[in-house]
Design a protein. Structure first.
Length: 322
């Protein structure tokens, strides 16, 4: 559901019911209110039944790009197709899309799009949709996501199935796409969860293990600290097998917000990276809380349960109003 950026976000997009929804975070108070909408635009008719639609918004909010059914399109706010780019007839296991901070290029990761079955990373011209450069990755992924770094580069995290992950660092510079694999354990065997707002730290979990968070320096890959789920819980919430849920992110450069599942309930937990101190925020939820920390001390949370046919209820919070 979530698009993960460490840089400041103004727009939050998602797709539901054949429509692209874009919320304006600048106009969305962090008091638990519903997000304030910027625009709702119907998908083109031939993509309204797509099961997976991945969306990114242009920095000025006047257009967006999306990926569905092996095709990338740019739409204006009236839903008119500005350009399309065909990803080919390869597999359709997953995709990710992002727009550079200067609105110059569109990043696309597409699974199994080459003849040999490897994943593909592309850089498209944001204005015309033309291909600027591309690279084949060695992975055959079943899902991928981007972490946008403040320097304009992209971290690509690819799920390989069976709780295994591979990670790449990509930069488009001087008209060329440069792709490197991170140093040390961040290359392979770590599920990336978050990138700090200043781009100096990443949070990851070991493949297949959900009871530990590891904090690494970026881009060096040195281990800075780690946290076990049981150690972050007060005595009254202890159990035999607490685990971290999917949603972990930076509240700010020095604090994490994460969700720990214990006894079939979910606890929202704040963690200080320097001291290791933790605190539970609010009451336990009946199901794991779906949240996105924004790096500015606030976060977006989705209702625990919602009717997929109805409008998704997304709200913004901060600690003073949690």
């Amino acid at each position: 559901m979530w698009v993960r950026y460490c840089a400041r976000m103004r727009w939050y997009p998602w797709c539901q019911g054949g429509n692209i929804h874009v919320a304006d975070l600048d106009r969305s108070p962090a008091d638990g209110s519903l997000l304030t909408m910027h625009v709702v635009v119907p998908l083109p008719a031939d993509h309204r039944d797509a099961s997976e639609v991945h969306v990114a918004v242009m920095p000025d909010g006047e257009a967006f790009v999306y990926v569905a059914w092996n095709e990338v399109r740019r739409l204006d706010l009236q839903g008119t197709v500005v350009w399309s780019y065909d990803l080919g007839s390869g597999g359709d296991e997953g995709a990710a899309v992002a727009v550079s901070p200067d609105a110059g290029v569109v990043w696309v990761w597409a699974s199994q799009m080459t003849d040999d079955g490897c994943d593909h990373l592309l850089v498209l011209d944001a204005a015309s949709g033309g291909l600027l450069d591309e690279a084949d990755l060695w992975t055959v992924g079943y899902g991928g996501e981007f972490f946008a770094h403040p320097d304009g580069s992209i971290i690509v995290s690819v799920g390989l199935g069976q709780s295994e992950f591979a990670n790449f660092h990509a930069l488009f510079d001087g008209g060329r796409l440069l792709v490197e694999e991170p140093a040390g354990p961040l290359r392979l065997g770590r599920y990336l969860r978050a990138l700090s707002p200043d781009g100096t730290r990443v949070v990851a979990s070991p493949d297949g293990e959900w009871d530990e968070l590891l904090v690494y320096g970026w881009p060096g890959g040195e281990i800075l600290t780690s946290f076990k789920a049981p150690d972050l819980l007060p005595e009254q919430h202890r159990s035999d097998e607490p685990t971290f849920e999917w949603t972990t992110g930076f509240l700010n450069n020095g604090q994490l917000l994460t969700t720990i599942e214990v006894d079939q309930k979910a606890l929202l937990v704040r963690v200080d990276l320097e001291s290791g101190a933790s605190s539970v925020i609010g009451e336990p939820f009946a199901t794991p809380r779906n949240l996105l920390p924004l790096g500015d001390g606030t976060w977006i949370a989705a209702d625990d349960r919602y009717d997929r046919r109805a409008a998704r209820s997304l709200r913004r919070f901060q600690l003073d109003h949690s």
